[in-house]
Design a protein around this ligand. Structure first.
Ligand SMILES: [Zn+2]
Ligand SMILES: [Zn+2]
Length: 250
């Protein structure tokens, strides 16, 4: 009892230390817990997709220019022809408040209301809105032990609470301990390091499903594509990828 009370006191003290906290971008105080790791001004300066940008229907890369609503699904960049996912989208660009939120999410398993809302909004736009099952990109078991949680699973859980879709954290697993993506690793070596790194432990639960794969960042697309290949091999009908951010260079 005494122990529980002490733990609670520590917990309250920890919470009061967390908010107000310093914005991960500019250092100013984050006034609202809703905003998570960045202040309102930095959120304002971060590019969030509104759903009406001209993007490749498959990989979500911006193509520039404008496209009529009814022609959107015909816009394909063809650099992504080999990717195994059906379509990939992100909430915004890997910069400012989104970048700070993603870095914070690697340290503490807290998904702010703002992040959850962004995933919810992006996930309900076509073609992602036809997904029926949420599957987070898994971490290797060893790395998950080091960190104590999988940030993609935290995102998946927060999204499932909002959109009511079922969440399957266990069917997709990482089979090989892949090399950490290093800065300077080119697209080809990133791709080779994750190829065949995933397997579906329980294909029965994946067969015929339209999966919404969740991860924090889309860089080259190699990770979500490797996951999608494993899920499709297990019988998934479609695999859509949704990430918080995509890096601007790809
Ligand atoms: Zn700020
Ligand atoms: Zn594309």
């Amino acid at each position: 009892m005494q122990l529980a009370r002490t733990a609670n006191l520590f917990y309250d003290a920890a919470l009061s230390l967390i908010y107000p906290r310093a914005c991960g971008v500019c250092g100013a105080a984050v006034e609202s817990r809703h905003d998570g790791a960045a202040c309102a001004a930095c959120w304002k300066g971060t590019r969030i997709f509104g759903g009406d940008e001209a993007v490749c229907w498959k990989c979500g890369a911006e193509t520039g220019g404008a496209v009529a609503l009814e022609k959107r699904s015909e816009l394909v960049c063809h650099r992504c022809d080999e990717e195994s996912f059906t379509a990939a989208r992100a909430c915004g660009i890997y910069e400012g408040a989104l970048r700070a939120s993603i870095l914070a999410l690697k340290r503490e398993p807290h998904v702010s209301a703002r992040l959850a809302r962004l995933l919810f909004e992006a996930g309900r736009r076509p073609p992602l809105d036809s997904a029926t099952l949420i599957v987070p990109v898994p971490l290797h078991a060893e790395r998950q032990r080091e960190r104590g949680f999988n940030q993609a699973a935290e995102l998946g859980r927060a999204l499932a609470k909002l959109n009511g879709l079922r969440l399957d954290e266990w069917s997709l697993a990482r089979s090989l301990h892949t090399e950490r993506h290093r800065a300077g690793m080119d697209a080809r070596s990133r791709r080779e390091s994750v190829e065949n790194a995933f397997e579906v432990a329980r294909p029965r639960l994946i067969e015929g499903k339209s999966v919404l794969l969740i991860d924090d960042v889309f860089t080259t697309g190699a990770t979500v594509s490797a996951c999608a290949a494993a899920l499709k091999a297990a019988g998934a009908q479609e695999v859509f990828a949704l990430t918080l951010a995509r890096s601007a260079q790809f």
